[in-house]
Write a protein that binds this ligand. Sequence first.
Ligand code: GLN
Length: 444
Amino acid sequence: EVADRITALEPLVGAFLHLDVQGALNQARAIDALSDDERQQMPLAGVPVAVKDNMTTMDMPTTAASKILEGFMAPYNATVVNRLKAAGAIIVGKTNMDEFAMGSSTEHSAYQLTHNPWDLSRVPGGSSGGSAAAVAARMVPIALGSDTGGSIRQPASYCGVTGLKPSYGRVSRYGLIAYASSLDQIGPLARSVDDVALLYDIIAGYDPLDATSIRAETARVSEGPVDWKGLRVGVPKEYLSADLGGVVAQRLQDVITQLEAQGASVLEVSLPHTAYAIATYYLIAPAEASSNLSRFDGVRYGYRASGADLLEMYENTRAQGFGPEVKRRILLGTHALSAGYYDAYYLKAQKVRTLIRQDFEQAFALVDVILTPTTPDVAFRFGEKSSDPLQMYLSDVYTVTANLAGIPAISTPAGLADGLPVGIQWLGPVMGEDRLLQVARGFE
Ligand code: GLN
């Protein structure tokens, strides 16, 4: 059934860069052939899942939607991929994304556009646009994305599905092609908080192969009902700024009204350094990216151009292999890190990052969870922002702070506006996934 749906819808949506329906059917048969006891050990036995194409898979190409990795076959699986397989999941394919996860619309893929299943003339969001669209089109029930500044939550919001960015260090980044290593996290996308929680339970946990992985037990997400009367929800006043579109503000207000009706106390909180979040993020993320992408030199991976000597080969490979947005980020990043500018840009950004983290620590002393819009507006049309990078960057205003602070954040659907999905975002304190998921589910 899944195979038929994918075959029918994929030509319209374009969610996958690589698809192996036959391989998936073979794996499903293999799982069918197992004994009941063996299947009982597998919480995802036979469940089809889509994986963003920046996570390595030994049996499918991994390109991060870049020409520079065209046809690249990784010699090892990402830890999350091994965990999925051990749980009995069937990886049906690798999903489209902005090249190296840099973007908010999936338009920066070097290969193809992905269309929003709600309106094919609009973007699915990004950079995990393929994963969000595949779940929204009901091609797969669950998918993995990665989130550096909103890349799980923003496409989840635009496609009307649920997406979680876990606390930094919760999910192993081993085998995730690095964009900005201090911000990147892998997380689940699904149609319900329950399914997100199920997938999160499988991928989260300590991994010795990732030096930033946290050695802590992941509490199983509790099933119990939420004590609404004892819940304090903070709404940051800085997020209700001029950027916020009217339709989204209206949906958020509806949610607040419902929360109050349940008996929760909704309080205004302040995150005073919010205004600097985008500038801080767009210094730190490109700085780290410029360093991480230096490994793509035509020698170690994928594509290699010709050249009279080694240096020319490097230059040609990178000139031909990287797309314009990736080059822009490398320029931004190397500039921010260069000797004369390091203190003014990179060091300053790191200091503001600390202030942003402290904003959240102070707010979480007063409230249990924070409620915000996920994005200022609903899904935009193709081309609307791709010619103006700054406009594209601004669609991340409400999401980048969670990555800068390392805290968990989930986007869940909050109804429609003009026929298009609107998302709301719940934020929790570091390692507070359990409570966060419980509240998000209670509200669903
Ligand atoms: N849109 C943001 C960027 O381009 C976030 C991307 C992401 O989270 N990977 O950097």
